[in-house]
Design a protein around this ligand. Structure first.
Ligand code: ES4
Ligand code: ZN
Length: 325
């Protein structure tokens, strides 16, 4: 309990959170009812029982299905606001959240509906002492042309976005596939993030650095297989947004006792702890810290380092950053 209070007391930033992955089964059912959508589950318990994954794709299939209940601006507002309240309760003071526009626009939901709902919630989060930035993420299992189309939809709303990301099925869809659209996003003034080295090999992390010229690495676990790559990430000062409970649920690590965060810190990488898809992986950001502290994998001092890394790794202006340190 003393450890819980210590972790809870640390001001922190969450840098790797898919807002669609914060859809709790209770809200999924409420939105399904409100929008007259049939769910393939009898009740909330049946949904939770289905969250047993052997790999990333297993999870993605059920995650995209869950997103179908999101229809109106109010749905996106309610989804985001529920996450912001939960994050604020964990003493998250700044959140940079991914959203997957193509998951919604490809089923006929206008981009404006998605971004207006998320944006209104982001404004209301200020009353929770929480600042929020939005990251438009491309689905890598779709084509680069589709990503260009998605970025074009975002153009009228550029002032509401801090950056772009790349997520979904990693293996077979290397960063190089999106070289053109990332170059364009950079020219538009957006920051660049990329999921790399979650299931994919170190080569994909190299591509994210060399070809996409990213500003932050999402996951990056498999970078540890290549000491030269680790040296390069340290040299470039890049932050890794690591997600322990996600890694465990998706079998990226066989056991939480073998989680790479301690090795990352030891080697001097700027690792952070994040919740990824908390409704699917069984915990929010403090739960992710506690999963490692309770196993004796990281110390209180490490927790302070990780929390400071999250503030340093955020895409924040210097004044807001100083206020959070
Ligand atoms: C994701 Cl954990 C993870 N990896 C890749 N894509 C994703 N989308 C949502 N969560
Ligand atoms: Zn992710």
């Amino acid at each position: 309990a003393a450890l819980d209070a210590f972790v809870a007391g640390l001001p922190k930033a969450e840098l790797h959170l898919h807002i669609e992955g914060s859809l709790e089964p209770e809200l999924m059912f409420a939105l399904a009812q409100r929008n007259h959508i049939a769910l393939p589950f009898a009740d909330v318990e049946a949904v939770r029982a289905a969250y047993d994954f052997s790999n990333l794709q297993d999870f993605l299939d059920i995650y995209y299905q869950g997103a179908n209940v999101l229809q109106t601006e109010e749905d996106f507002y309610d989804l985001a606001m529920a996450y912001f309240r939960r994050a604020a309760a964990d003493n998250v003071r700044h959140a940079e959240i991914f959203f997957d526009p193509q998951t919604h626009t490809d089923r006929g939901i206008p981009y404006s509906v998605v971004i207006d709902g998320l944006w209104r919630a982001a404004q209301d989060a200020q009353a929770l002492n929480l600042s929020v930035s939005l990251i438009h993420s491309f689905l890598r299992h779709l084509s680069e042309d589709a990503a260009f189309d998605s970025l074009a939809m975002a153009e009228p709303y550029l002032d509401r976005l801090v950056g772009v990301g790349l997520d979904s099925s990693e293996v077979g869809h290397p960063p190089s596939k999106f070289a053109g659209v990332f170059a364009k996003a950079r020219d538009m003034g957006l920051m660049l993030c990329c999921h790399a080295g979650e299931e994919g090999p170190p080569e994909y992390v190299y591509e994210a650095l060399d070809i996409l010229e990213i500003d932050r690495i999402d996951h990056g676990n498999r970078s540890l297989e290549d000491p030269l790559l680790v040296a390069r990430i340290i040299d470039e000062g890049l932050t890794l947004t690591v997600c322990p409970l996600s890694n465990h649920k998706l079998c990226v690590v066989p056991d939480l006792d073998m989680h790479p965060i301690p090795a990352m810190l030891k080697q001097g990488l700027k690792a952070t702890i994040n919740s990824d898809d908390p409704a699917y992986f069984g915990g929010y950001v403090n739960d992710n810290f506690l999963a490692l502290t309770r196993r004796g994998l990281i110390s209180k001092k490490d927790c302070v380092t990780l929390a400071l890394n999250s503030v340093d790794g955020a895409f924040l202006d210097p004044d807001r950053r100083d206020a959070l340190r």
